[in-house]
Design a protein around this ligand. Sequence first.
Ligand SMILES: C[S@@+](CC[C@H](N)C(=O)[O-])C[C@H]1O[C@@H](n2cnc3c(N)ncnc32)[C@H](O)[C@@H]1O
Length: 312
Amino acid sequence: MSANLPEDFELRLSDILPQRPATLFSPRSCQTFRINTLKISVERALGCLSERNIAFDRVDFCPYAVIVGKAAAAEIFDSELVDDGLFYAQGLESLLPVIVLDPRPEHRVLDLCAAPGGKTSQIAMHMNNQGTLWANEPVRQRTYKLKSVLRITGTRAAVSSVDGRRFRNPEHQGGFDRILVDAPCSCEGRFLAGEPKSFAYWSVRKIKEMSHKQKGLLLNASRLLAPGGVLVYATCTFAPEENEEVLDWFLRKTDGRMRMVPLVLPGVRTYPCLTTWQGASYDPQVMDAARILPDERMEGFFIAKVTNSDYK
Ligand SMILES: C[S@@+](CC[C@H](N)C(=O)[O-])C[C@H]1O[C@@H](n2cnc3c(N)ncnc32)[C@H](O)[C@@H]1O
């Protein structure tokens, strides 16, 4: 056990992820960038890196991602590649929810918790900036950042600023074909050992507060979903109260009208979801979600795909 992280957190984690990787709470030695295909083709973007003699790795499951070392990342951050919105720094794990969501150009899509906007802009890429895309963020200051990211990346989206639990369908017709709930969470996957700022706001009480809010967000999202639509729920935390418990509550609350779609993520290392936690037991369907195993490339993440009974 390390004295570098809250002791209660360490105790909980030993029941969630018994064999934790040694580098789990150390800074990553690499950085992932998403090539913004709204502004540049993958081929040309890779050419830009080669011209600068920047070595990079490709990613099997994501053709528009590149991974570079820290020094190369600093060079990219300082260049017009980032300033002009051609490259966007986005964790490898954080690319997965949109890949699972699979938005298409003909869809109506809602990003319910959108700032700073990395995933909104990734969604727009999948849609070729067509269809209808709504980005919602209730925190005013973060809405400014969202708008700036959308502008720099050339993303076409309508922006609103309301509590996601009270968001109503703006066009009063049909529902959304795809909804992303990239929920506010306790961010345990981003903790850094020995850096108290990274876990300053962590407490079991905060986890419970988050869980309450996440349930409200997911329930409202399900009401906004079109028949046969897909909803993706994601967090960057390990706490079962914010992951499996939210889904278990949601499946019971929606009384069979919603179900989980098993996730298949080739090339991604996962570890089992929990069906019991501190005396509670969860609907076995929660096993269809994915807990992303943190490693040298990815941070800890949780993703679930949900649909209504009209989904084929
Ligand atoms: C994990 S971040 C989203 C990151 C974003 N999807 C991206 O990829 O750039 C969660 C966001 O939810 C917002 N949020 C907090 N409370 C909310 C609520 N009640 N309804 C909707 N969003 C909320 C937070 O301000 C934060 O910007």
